[in-house]
Ligand binder design. Structure first.
Ligand code: NAD
Ligand code: MG
Length: 388
């Protein structure tokens, strides 16, 4: 029986992963080693009981007693805190879904990679801030990384066994998020509630706001470069409001291979779960006659300055990805807390990048985890100071 773990099981991607495991037979089909979560103890405990996990971990030390109480009478062990999370990630499994949000997913992901097996990677932040470390860890242990971002899963599937030499470039699509059709002058007054609604995808709040600002797409452009080893000029973004085509691989001979599907994360998660084969998934089949038409437009870098920042980050290399991600996470915290406006997130991130680019060590590729965490902390501090 395949051994699996899910980090960030209680979140949007994690819950979809748990749902797939449950539908496939739960504990009769998979041996669940670790499930991790945050503050939603009832959900974490319910999932751990259902899948008969060996261990359930909350990231918050102070919630250990609550988790123990919620698991009373079951065989699931309860644990809490960052160290417990890393220990759980060190338990060898055949397949792990890395679905923690933010750079908090980096250390558990690296720990899991050191054990080998398959890392189904939803946590794009870890590739953006430490791509070379992720690849090095995978090649040391022989672990295989599979993409669980819909666009990257789409590129992976469209590429098939094709050689990268035959690829001209790739197109990743973007719905445009909540403010795609808003007049530009209204954006400065956008509220957190307005930014937290997505036209097509049901996702966690942070990535939903990042979709409205296109920081999510900016992260995905860098993720594509890191994941597939593409040149920055080979990654194009196309606004596609219906979110039916997730990505296209455009070949040197002028032909393009697109991946289509209903906007449902269970496709990308299930593809990574069943890879290298395919199995039926609880995803609605595509009904193009009902959808009627698909539309496209060029991305607008005045509305979405994050797309320009992504190119600058890729050109800078070195620690720019780690700084970009941490500054973006801090700017998002500041927006959610009401300290800055929606339209101030990009200038705030840009200012942090400009400030830290002058410091020694910025241009070097990350040598180790400590270096990445150092730049992550520095970027958060610099960004937080901007808002005050
Ligand atoms: P979410 O907010 O719904 O869930 C996040 C999970 O991480 C929760 O289980 C939470 O408890 C846990 N978590 C949060 N902070 C933590 C910390 N400091 N330490 C340990 N655990 C912590 O997020 P989501 O929307 O499911 O996104 C998860 C990841 O997947 C992100 O990297 C996101 O970019 C990526 N992703 C999400 C989607 C989507 O459809 N939601 C699509 C593609 C990629
Ligand atoms: Mg995506």
């Amino acid at each position: 029986m395949r051994r699996i773990s899910i980090f960030g099981a209680t979140g949007s991607v994690g819950s979809n992963g748990v749902d797939l495991i449950r539908r496939a037979g739960g504990p009769d089909a998979y041996h669940t080693v670790a499930l991790t979560g945050g503050r939603n103890i009832p959900r974490l405990a319910r999932m751990a009981r259902d899948l008969r996990a060996e261990i359930a971990v909350t990231a918050h030390d102070e919630l250990l007693d609550d988790l123990r109480a919620a698991l009373a009478g079951s065989d699931v062990r309860a644990a809490a805190g960052t160290q417990a999370l890393v220990e759980a990630a060190g338990r060898p499994v055949d397949w792990v879904l890395s679905a923690i949000v933010g750079s908090a997913g980096l250390v558990p992901g690296l720990t899991a990679l050191a054990q080998g097996g398959v890392l189904a990677l939803a946590n794009k932040e870890s590739l953006v801030c430490a791509g070379p470390l992720i690849h090095a860890a995978a090649s040391r242990s022989g672990a295989r990384i599979l993409p669980v971002d819909s666009e990257h899963s789409a590129i992976f599937q469209a590429l098939g066994s094709e050689n990268l030499d035959s690829v001209q470039d790739v197109t990743i699509t973007a719905s445009g998020g909540a403010f795609r059709d808003w007049p530009l002058e209204r954006l400065a007054a956008a509220t957190v509630a307005e930014a937290s609604t997505h036209p097509n995808w049901a996702m966690g709040q942070r990535i939903t706001i990042d979709s409205a600002s296109m920081f999510n797409k900016a992260m995905e452009v860098i993720e594509a470069k890191e994941f597939f080893g593409l040149r920055p000029d080979q990654i194009k973004v196309l606004v596609h409001p219906e979110s039916i085509i997730h990505a296209m691989v455009n070949h040197v001979d002028g032909g393009s291979i697109a991946h289509l599907g209903a906007p449902d994360m269970r496709h990308a998660i299930g593809y990574a779960l069943n890879w290298p084969t395919r199995a039926p998934l609880p995803v609605s089949p595509l009904d193009l006659a009902r959808i009627g038409s698909l539309s496209f437009r060029a991305p607008d870098e005045i509305r979405w300055p994050a797309l320009r920042l992504a190119r600058e980050v890729m050109a800078a290399g070195g620690m720019a990805g780690a700084v970009f991600n941490a500054a973006k996470e801090q700017a998002l915290d500041d927006f959610i807390a009401g300290r800055i406006r929606f339209t101030q997130m990009s200038p705030q991130v840009e200012s942090t990048l400009a400030c830290l680019a002058g410091q020694s060590g910025f241009a070097a590729e990350p040598a180790d985890l400590e270096t990445v965490l150092h730049w992550d902390r520095a970027a958060r501090q610099e960004t937080a100071a901007w808002a005050n």
